[in-house]
Design a protein around this ligand. Structure first.
Ligand SMILES: Cc1ncc(COP(=O)(O)O)c(C=O)c1O
Length: 380
């Protein structure tokens, strides 16, 4: 059997990883500023994380949601405390798309409506409703097309005012837009959305799949604006690579048996991975480190003349150059062994490292970045 070929890949195979570094089978070391797409939150193979998962696997790895799994309660309690969302309830699932799918479904169960307001260039995942609320026609198949989804420009306050009405089921917005090129919603935009949702009895869903878990320098990026969403979705950094995701559900929703469900969601190993991540984020003060290191990168590169704009917060940064950066990213990877991320906006490089990255690692990037900018090459 062959692998269904849907990913354009780099011909590099890491076989070992630690902290912010990866090694291939020939022992070549790579600096990871991409974190496997913002997934690696506490660093690769963190010893505490490895020990906790190993210990749990030796006890019990999985059983379905038909029995009591008290690790779920421990996870919910720790997540509530660290995120400041103690009044929310947690539904556990397996991926960002699934979290958004469940969030939209829950919203529709609540107010009985169908219309979704989303943001231009948004990415919410590849499943049915999540992809319908994603602004990329190339990944929406005819069966996913929904006439009930309206896209509004980021920070376009008059457009959002016209879009949200009494027929709106939900508004879904990323805490910081990731795939779209690290676009930050203004505080006033988020506050306006919150107000319009309240006025029209629409549900506000904050997709923190990429921008959450401390990456922005707050536990959730939307917390900069001090709004309280009805639903928050999380995945990526939650398990540091272990597939686990969550829907944080505010008090206005009543749980009813059977409305949501999944076989794998909230299993023993997934909960253990997610608890280990929270323990590390708390004990090592990684949210503070995300702010500090984000500021360090931004300051150090701010005078580079080829940079048009640096967007984002904490360790979710988009560096927009005044040209297409595809070749430059390849040069960083193949000449300097540094992984970075791309965006749908081809001029933007995404920087999404582990939250415990150090200044010395960032210095490696800054030196390489300056070199590739002064000596640009074409890769095929
Ligand atoms: C903001 C956002 N939401 C949802 C998703 C989908 O997550 P997953 O790939 O785990 O389904 C992504 C993935 O990149 C994302 O960036």
């Amino acid at each position: 059997m062959k692998i269904f070929d849907v990913y354009p890949i780099f011909d590099i195979e890491p076989v070992k990883a630690s902290g912010s570094y990866l090694w291939d089978k020939s022992g070549v070391q790579y600096l990871d500023l991409y974190g496997g797409h913002a997934v690696i939150s506490v660093g690769h193979s963190h010893p505490y994380y490895v020990a906790k998962i190993t210990e749990q696997l030796n006890k019990i790895g999985f059983y379905s949601n038909s029995i009591k799994i008290s690790l779920q309660e421990e996870l919910a309690e720790k997540l509530g405390k660290l995120s400041g969302c103690e009044n929310y309830s947690l539904f556990l699932c397996n991926s960002g798309a699934e979290a958004n799918e469940n969030a939209l479904k829950l919203a529709s169960f609540e107010n009985g409506r169908k219309k979704v307001v989303a943001i231009k260039k948004a990415f919410h995942g590849r499943t049915s409703l999540a992809v319908a609320a994603t602004d990329d026609k190339s990944i929406v198949s005819p069966i996913n097309e929904k006439s009930d989804v309206v896209f509004v420009g980021m920070n376009d306050e008059s457009a959002i005012e016209s879009a949200i009405d009494k027929t709106t089921c939900a508004v879904i917005i990323e805490g910081i837009q990731g795939v779209g090129g690290v676009k930050v919603p203004a505080d006033s935009f988020l506050k306006k959305i919150k107000l319009l949702c309240e006025k029209n009895n629409a549900i506000l869903i904050l997709d923190e799949v990429q921008s959450g878990y401390g990456r922005s320098g707050k536990f959730f990026a939307h917390q900069y604006s001090e709004i309280k969403p009805d639903i928050i979705t999380v995945a990526k950094g939650m398990g540091n690579g272990f597939p686990v995701a969550g829907v944080l559900i505010s008090e206005k929703f009543n749980a009813k048996h059977g409305v949501l469900g999944t076989t794998f969601g909230g299993n023993h190993l997934a909960c253990t991975a997610a608890i280990a991540v929270l323990d590390i984020i708390k004990n090592e003060k990684l949210v503070d480190n995300a702010i500090e290191m984000g500021k360090y990168i931004t300051t150090e590169i701010s005078s580079i003349k080829e940079i048009k704009e640096i967007r984002g917060k904490g360790l979710m940064l988009g560096i927009e150059l005044n040209f297409n950066c595809n070749e430059l990213r390849k040069q960083l990877l193949f000449e300097h062994n540094i992984f970075t991320g791309s965006a749908s906006d081809k001029n933007t490089i995404r920087i999404l490292p582990a939250l415990n990255i150090r200044k010395t690692d960032i210095d490696v990037f800054i030196e390489a970045f300056s070199k590739v900018l002064t000596n640009q090459k074409q890769y095929t």
